[in-house]
Design a protein around this ligand. Structure first.
Ligand SMILES: *Cc1c(COP(=O)(O)O)cnc(C)c1O
Length: 221
């Protein structure tokens, strides 16, 4: 099966299951993105702002661009006019800047909070208490030009299925709690749980994910 046919089949199967496929195109040439676009995929994700800008310039406006990697405050302005969803907000500082640029460009920018659930030590992602604090109505009400849509999480890169399942379950629990807490709150619309990559996406769906970020599998390893 060609890469194009595989991507099309996966995309359509996921659509039927109510799951959005974000094709993570980092380190891929423009020529390798075209078959995905032709196969009907419209959600593309990058983890670096510079690459996002270059790829966006080469594709039609109907692509929805997702920023899935860590976002620095000084890079927010460049993506603010068009970004569809920022998956990786993990501080109030960068949230405040996203709101500031939302005001400047007269739009409301959708974002996810990144929750740290993996065993690996990384600087990125919020701890449980930080997540609760940052997703409180008190904090969100300061930022009317951004809208909280849910959570992003990355499991540990391991073959231990039980461990990955446990981490996804933790993210799903935090997501459900957030939905409940913010259910009646106008400045949030919590409906997106972004988890699952090439190696663990089936497990992620079982654990409640409704948005996958898949790279290598779409590009043949
Ligand atoms: C690279 C990347 C992915 C995709 O990973 P694959 O294993 O290639 O599917 C997903 N999310 C983030 C944040 C990434 O950086």
């Amino acid at each position: 099966m060609t890469a194009n046919a595989f991507a099309k089949r996966l995309h359509e199967e996921l659509l039927r299951r109510g799951v959005t496929l974000v094709a993570v195109t980092k380190n891929q040439t423009l020529a390798r993105l075209t078959p995905l676009y032709d196969a009907g995929l419209r959600d593309f994700g990058e983890n670096r702002v510079q690459e996002l800008l270059e790829k966006r310039a080469a594709f039609p406006d109907d692509v929805r661009w997702h920023l899935v990697g860590h976002l620095q405050t000084n890079k927010v302005k460049a993506i603010a006019p068009f970004v569809h969803l920022v998956h990786s907000i993990d501080s109030e500082k960068v949230l405040a800047e996203l709101n500031h640029q939302g005001v400047a460009y007269d739009r409301v920018i959708d974002f996810l909070l990144q929750l740290h659930v993996a065993e690996e030590e990384t600087k990125y992602g919020l701890r449980d208490n930080e997540l609760i604090q940052l997703s409180s109505a008190d904090v969100l009400s300061k930022y009317p030009n951004v809208r909280l849509r849910g959570l992003m999480a990355m499991a540990t890169n391991t073959d231990n299925e039980q461990q990955v399942r446990g981490e996804f379950a933790k993210a799903h629990g935090a997501y459900q709690a957030m939905r409940q807490r913010l259910g009646g709150y106008a400045n949030a619309k919590v409906d997106t749980l972004s988890m699952g990559m090439s190696g663990d996406y089936e497990l992620a769906i079982e654990c409640g994910s409704n948005m996958l970020r898949i790279g290598s599998l779409l590009f043949g390893g």
